[in-house]
Design a protein. Structure first.
Length: 357
């Protein structure tokens, strides 16, 4: 979704990345403030301010992530972009209470930051004007951090997906109905809000008009995602897996595996060492290895060991989550230590279509 991004390291064991377009946002902030003030110092301070606010966004997303961890839900990563931050959770809340507290935790972090900034503003005010032109005094800088966090709280509590308010609204509806129906109502409400915001934006703010488009489509994506979950409820890996497939030995050369792929039409192969599954290798990886002059090397040198084998009794939603976590389109299915099948993402989508989702 976000494309190329830069790693900022791990916080509480969670990888944090920032999209490359964030650099464009920094440059825009510097240029616009330099144009208004004519001061290079103000331009630099505006970039620092933007970095601080995105630091607050990281803390916001960590609020979600660490609360989710409390409920047994991991986080694959946190990604920052000019549109904000996204914590990619490894699973969904199982109850309305879990969703409520996981969601509320994000805005709560910004509310706490704002509260902590109040005494700082009070202390700084006598020493440095807080109502001066933005970025021209320490006081104004601190006040803007406080205001920005209050705005983050307000904006995120708007009851429309993908903002936190939409998820809070769904969690409250969930107390009275099933999650699918709650999602449908919350998503439709969010889209109605997006239309109103878009009309307002057409007259007063192109930025709001752009945000309204994003909100409208994001609400639709959330609705379709939950509908897909519902369509796969009760279905297992056994229902969708392929029982007929080919494997390659880990000592086989890249050329041999590539020839097998081209003759069979199979694009993903379990790699075996005797009767033991040791990894997977895909057609694009084989082609790349051949182009780099590794055609005679064994596939053991290029296999993917991040395979997360599934069991026949696993639910299809769990399978989809495993694919997202591993970044693979096909996963092996094992029963005990024995390889019994292969599950491509396409088979799951076919099952969904078959059930009329």
């Amino acid at each position: 979704m976000f494309g190329p991004s830069l790693s900022l390291g791990k916080f509480f064991g969670i990888p944090v990345r920032i999209h490359w377009t964030f650099s464009l946002l920094l440059l825009w902030a510097a240029f616009s403030n330099f144009s208004l003030s004519g001061s290079l110092v103000v331009a630099i301070i505006s970039m620092v301010f933007l970095a601080v606010i995105f630091g607050c966004v990281v803390l916001h997303e960590l609020g979600h992530s660490l609360t989710a961890r409390h409920f047994g839900i991991g986080t694959r990563s946190i990604t920052l972009s000019p549109l904000g931050g996204i914590a990619a959770l490894e699973g969904n809340p199982k109850t309305w209470k879990e969703e409520f507290w996981i969601t509320v935790a994000g805005p709560a972090v910004n509310a706490v930051i704002a509260l902590l900034m109040i005494p700082v503003v009070i202390v700084v005010a006598p020493l440095s004007p807080v109502l001066a032109e933005p970025f021209t005094t320490v006081g104004s800088f601190v006040l803007m951090i406080l205001v920005a966090n209050l705005m983050l709280v307000f904006f995120n509590l708007i009851p429309a997906f993908p903002m936190d308010g939409g998820r809070i609204f769904r969690s409250l509806l969930w107390t009275q109905m099933d999650r699918a129906r709650a999602t449908n109502i919350a998503a439709r409400t969010g889209q109605a809000f997006a239309v109103l915001l878009g009309v307002f934006g057409l007259f007063f703010s192109p930025v709001l008009a752009f945000i309204s488009i994003f909100v409208f489509f994001a609400a639709g994506v959330e609705r379709r995602s939950v509908m897909m979950e519902e369509s796969l409820t009760g279905m297992t890996v056994h229902d969708a897996m392929r029982n007929s497939f080919l494997t390659v030995n880990d000592h086989a050369s890249v050329y041999e595996a590539l020839d097998l792929a081209l003759r069979s039409g199979q694009e993903s192969f379990p790699v075996m060492r005797g009767e033991t599954l040791v990894g997977m290798v895909d057609l694009p990886k084989l082609v790349e290895a051949r182009q780099r002059g590794f055609g005679h090397h064994p596939v053991a040198e290029i296999l993917d060991t991040n395979i997360s084998p599934l069991s026949p009794g696993d639910g299809l939603m769990k399978a989809l989550q495993a694919m997202q976590k591993s970044g693979r389109e096909t996963l092996p299915v094992t029963l005990g230590s024995r390889l019994v099948g292969m599950l491509p993402r396409g088979s799951i989508l076919s099952m969904q279509m078959f059930r009329g989702a």
